[in-house]
Design a protein around this ligand. Structure first.
Ligand SMILES: NC(=O)C1=CN([C@@H]2O[C@H](COP(=O)(O)OP(=O)(O)OC[C@H]3O[C@@H](n4cnc5c(N)ncnc54)[C@H](OP(=O)(O)O)[C@@H]3O)[C@@H](O)[C@H]2O)[C@@H](O)CC1
Ligand SMILES: Nc1ncnc2c1ncn2[C@@H]1O[C@H](COP(=O)(O)OP(=O)(O)O)[C@@H](O)[C@H]1O
Ligand SMILES: [K+]
Length: 504
């Protein structure tokens, strides 16, 4: 799915009206119907539920008025509260006129804030994508009143006060919604950790906006759902053999951190790799042979750290990093790898990234299309400067990837993949059960296997790997619960997750 800016969303609105020959109030009616249907289906409210609908002066408020009318028609008794304003959008005014007189409709003021009991459902239709500045005055007071009320808060399109695709000043008032019902496509703001407390559980409701416009519009950000990737992983041909899927080399592990090497190796083996060789320090030889018998092991001459790069000729792709440690001799191995990769895909994680950050001259040696998988702290080390907010970090990601012509996986909820040409792809799978040691090592193994598969482009390999890793987490958590989920559980579900993405 494409992620449009607020500006592009308005253009999409207009394109839809033109392409479909409908009036703007008809589109508003569709949007309102989608919300009302969701409300009744998902919340299954009793007819006695006190619905309070807070409407701003624009089309977001117009949506709220139409929802109020529809709830009334369905047998509910909504109350409407209007934010006073000097100008209103035409579709607000039309829906204000259409509001049946039986619906209580009150203009808000500092003295007329409604009491909201905990069983109330409050719809925030104050401001949507037309928000032009932070909220102050009465609007800010209403938001504060809603946030401290204890009622179930449901934001229409965007929580009021939240910009759809840029930061609001720290501390400016924003509705803290329990649910956000958005239209057609997700907003960038929903995917950033700094907004989790405002957006709550968000849902995108299809309202038939112009598919042709969406298809043609160039965007900076994408949201990767199952539909986007399904079928993109080619089936294994009947006469394929282990050479078809590539031979990968993994450099990982150090004394006390062999588990990271084991997890990455086992994940790679479960992700379709043809052959896997693992370079570990000598201390890891038995450990690897026993825990991953399908892998070949090339022990390093040194006991506790990797100090020598093997001959790269046999390998289709190389992964380096999990549990590696940051010895000077390991940094030298990384330098040699970067200099001698000769077009082989590289996947760099964990201490390989920390070594890049501390030996910054190595960054200049990064071969194009390298795939880096930092979590936010590792990414901060790579850029060398802290990010004051999530939007800033996103721009850093874009700049880093275009500067080094690399793919960079900024890990977390909605993992963001930066690409050499600029677009960022947000992943939709995964859950907080994956926030435990070893999950990232598993991702490295998955990505290594997919980068070794010559049938896949670098972009598809990265997108498929990130999605399947999160999906494996979701499948595993259904069995173990989130708290019980371990990195080893993830590995058991990578096969099924990849199978779901495999084309016919
Ligand atoms: N394409 C779609 O997906 C569809 C979209 N639809 C709906 O339309 C919504 C967008 O509607 P919209 O453009 O009328 O903007 P909206 O958010 O109602 O606010 C604008 C008004 O608020 C005012 N205002 C702004 N900031 C303010 C502030 N801080 N404090 C005070 N006032 C402020 C602003 O005034 P101004 O900035 O000009 O001073 C203007 O009067 C969208 O979110 C969705 O709900 C559906 O109906 C159909 C399909
Ligand atoms: N809340 C979350 N929701 C979805 N995925 C998550 C969440 N927390 C962590 N993950 C995923 O788990 C992995 C954790 O990686 P990382 O931090 O490198 O762990 P480790 O270094 O312990 O292996 C990443 O792929 C990340 O996207
Ligand atoms: K809103």
């Amino acid at each position: 799915m494409k992620i449009l800016t607020a500006h592009q969303t308005h253009a999409l609105d207009q394109a839809t009206l033109q392409a479909q020959g409908i009036s703007s109030d008809a589109l508003m009616e569709r949007a309102a119907t989608a919300c009302t249907t969701w409300l009744l289906d998902q919340l299954q409210p009793a007819f006695t539920t006190p619905f309070h609908i807070f409407c701003g002066p624009g089309n977001n408020g117009g949506d709220g008025l139409a929802i109020a009318r529809q709830l009334h028609a369905a047998g509910y008794t909504p109350q409407v509260w209007l934010l006073p304003a000097t100008k209103h959008s035409p579709d607000f005014l039309l829906n204000r006129q259409r509001l049946p007189p039986q619906i209580s409709c009150t203009e808000l003021s500092a003295r007329t804030m409604p009491a909201l009991p905990p069983e109330a459902v409050a719809l925030d239709a104050l401001f949507g994508t037309g928000l032009s500045r932070p909220l102050v005055g009465l609007a800010a007071d209403i938001v504060a009143h809603l946030n401290q009320s204890g009622a179930t808060l449901l934001a229409v399109d965007v929580p009021s006060g939240l910009f759809a695709d840029s930061s609001q000043p720290a501390g400016s008032p924003v509705v803290q919604a329990r649910y956000t019902l958005s239209f057609e496509l997700p907003k960038l703001a929903f995917l950033l950790p700094q907004n989790a407390g405002f957006v709550g559980d968000w849902t995108v409701l299809p309202i038939g906006l112009d598919a042709d416009f969406i298809h043609k519009e160039a965007v900076d950000n994408h949201f990767v759902d199952a539909g986007f990737l399904r079928g993109r992983l080619p089936q294994r041909g009947k006469f394929s053999h282990k050479g078809t899927f590539g031979h990968a080399l993994l450099l990982a592990g150090s004394y006390g951190k062999m588990g990271a090497a084991v997890l990455a190796a086992r994940a790679c083996l479960h992700s379709g790799i043809g052959l896997l060789t693992v370079r570990v320090p000598a201390v890891g030889y038995d450990i690897l042979q026993i825990s991953a018998p399908e892998a070949m092991v090339l022990p390093d001459p040194a006991r506790e750290f990797v100090t020598e790069l093997p001959e790269l000729k046999p390998y289709a792709a190389v992964g380096m990093g999990p549990g590696l440690g940051q010895e000077a001799s390991t940094a030298e191995v990384l330098r040699q790898l970067l200099q001698n990769a000769s077009g082989r895909p590289l996947v760099l994680d964990a201490d390989a990234l920390n070594l890049l950050a501390t030996h910054r001259e190595l960054l200049e040696l990064l071969p194009p299309n390298s795939l880096l998988t930092p979590h936010p702290k590792e990414f901060e080390r790579l850029t060398g400067e802290p990010a004051p907010g999530d939007y800033h970090r996103l721009e850093q990601l874009r700049n880093f990837c275009t500067q080094y012509r690399c793919y960079c996986v900024l890990k977390g909820a909605y993992t963001a993949l930066g690409t050499p040409d600029g677009p960022v792809y947000f992943n939709s799978t995964g859950n907080p059960g994956m926030a435990s040691g070893g999950s990232g090592d598993v991702l490295t193994g998955v990505l290594l296997a997919l980068r070794a598969d010559k049938r896949l482009s670098p972009l598809d390999a990265a997108l498929l790997g990130i999605f399947a890793h999160g999906r494996a987490g979701d499948l595993a958590a259904a069995e173990t619960g989130q708290a019980g989920l371990t990195a080893s559980d993830l590995i058991r579900y990578i096969g099924p997750a990849l199978q779901e993405l495999t084309g016919g």
